[in-house]
Design a protein around this ligand. Structure first.
Ligand code: PLP
Length: 406
């Protein structure tokens, strides 16, 4: 890191220009591995958190048409109304959520932008926000930027990484203002069923908490698991902001298109903040988003079927390697096996896999203290690459990453 700059004969200490906020914001544990993996030749990237598929052709074509028609201007900070109407319809049909397109929906630059706006709207400095542990690391970054305080609630392997109401209650202080719920989960792939959602809803009512429900993986779900939106439970409409995006469902991560629905009092403030922070989501992406929601959904099903095949293949390969045990993920495209038998920290284990097997994974500790003892494998990669990665891991473990028998 360069801290001193020489400018017209004087030396400037750049540290004085960098805020405490920026310095205190942690570097993502995924980033650390990502950067190291960049320097390893022939590495197989199983740390990546995005679909490996291209955006479906009809959505790309809609974007090209939008470009050629000159849809290249600022849009409303709430988003193009036609898109909000489609999102409103989608919320009603898929999630049993009633959000008025004109007053209860904001379109954002990806889900992360909606989460940012929601936290900035709901949180005052010092307010506590309950976050899942293990959970997506960015929640804590965004809470910190809103000057809130993250408080982790445990998701334990013995509960299939689902919330325990008593443990959750034990984390709530008078300063608690909101809770983030993520289902299907990154990094565990767990899907909260109706019982868990009802428990969280009644805790939110009891302690007067707002709920921010991150549902970006809702369409990537397997077997008997069913995605349900906590905002659709009785009495919850006024205390839930539902966040979603096109990123994972339609393989559109680079398009930066997400959205949120919620009570109009909260959404109107989010729209106001969006004006200052981003102006609007990309106009071209928004037009493509209309096509994504309106057009054929076969590609969503096909991608899900392919993820399922890969999940089963990866789990089977993990089962064949002594030392790994893995809760069967019901959604998203991650497996989160327990690696405690190897006797290494999750960071050392992930680094050893990178050095010895040339496979990049994410140490569970990147997702919170309770992620220690696990690593995250993404199966958003081809069967061939997953197979090759598992061959290499099997070989590396056979010849050195010892299983701790103790
Ligand atoms: N929420 C979760 C749980 C995620 O895993 C991610 C991305 O990995 C996001 C939100 C961000 O989504 P987007 O790319 O739409 O901002």
């Amino acid at each position: 890191m360069i801290f001193y700059r020489f400018y017209q004969g004087s030396v400037v200490d750049m540290r004085s220009f960098v805020s405490e906020r920026a310095k205190e914001t942690p570097i993502s544990g995924i980033r650390v591995i990502f950067e190291k993996a960049q320097r390893v030749s022939d590495v197989i990237r199983l740390e990546v958190g995005e679909p490996d598929f291209d955006t479906p052709e009809h959505i790309r074509a809609a974007a090209v048409r939008a470009l050629n028609k000159g849809e290249t201007h600022y849009t409303s900070s709430a988003g193009v109304l036609e898109l909000r109407e489609e999102i409103s319809r989608k919320f009603r049909v898929d999630n049993s959520l009633e959000y008025d397109a004109k007053t209860q929906i904001v379109v954002s630059a990806g889900a992360v932008n909606s989460l940012n706006l929601a936290l900035m709207t709901i949180i005052d400095p010092g307010d506590e926000v309950l976050v899942p542990d293990p959970g997506w690391a960015n929640y804590e970054v965004l809470i910190g930027l809103a000057q809130g305080v993250p408080v982790r609630y445990p998701l334990r392997e013995r509960n299939s990484f689902k919330s325990d109401p008593e443990e959750l209650r034990g984390k709530i202080s008078p300063k608690a203002k909101a809770i983030i719920v993520c289902t299907p989960s990154n990094p565990t792939g767990s899907v909260l069923d109706i019982r868990h959602l009802q428990e969280i809803a009644s805790i939110a009512e009891e302690y007067d908490l707002m709920v921010i429900s991150d549902e970006v993986y809702e369409k990537i779900i397997y077997g008997n698991a069913v995605h349900q939106s906590i905002g659709a439970l009785p009495g919850m409409a006024n205390r839930v902001v539902t966040v979603n995006a096109f990123s994972k469902t339609y393989a559109m991560t680079g398009w930066r298109l997400g959205y949120a629905g919620g009570p109009s009092e909260v959404i109107s403030q989010m729209i106001k903040l969006n004006t200052g922070l981003n102006t609007c989501a990309s106009s071209i992406s928004q037009i493509a988003g209309i096509e994504a929601l309106r057009g054929p959904q076969d590609s969503v099903r096909q991608m899900r079927e392919e993820y399922l095949r890969r999940r089963d293949f990866l789990l089977e390969r993990l089962r064949q390697i002594p030392g790994f045990t893995c809760v069967v993920p019901e959604g998203a495209f991650y497996a989160f096996p327990n690696i405690q038998k190897f006797g290494l920290s999750s960071f050392d284990f992930a680094m050893a896999l990178l050095d010895r097997a040339k496979v990049s994974t994410v140490p569970g500790s990147a997702f919170g203290p309770l992620g220690e003892g696990y690593v995250r494998f993404s199966y958003a990669n081809s069967m061939e690459r997953i197979g090759k990665a598992m061959d290499r891991i099997q070989e590396a473990i056979r010849s050195g990453l010892k299983v701790n028998k103790a």
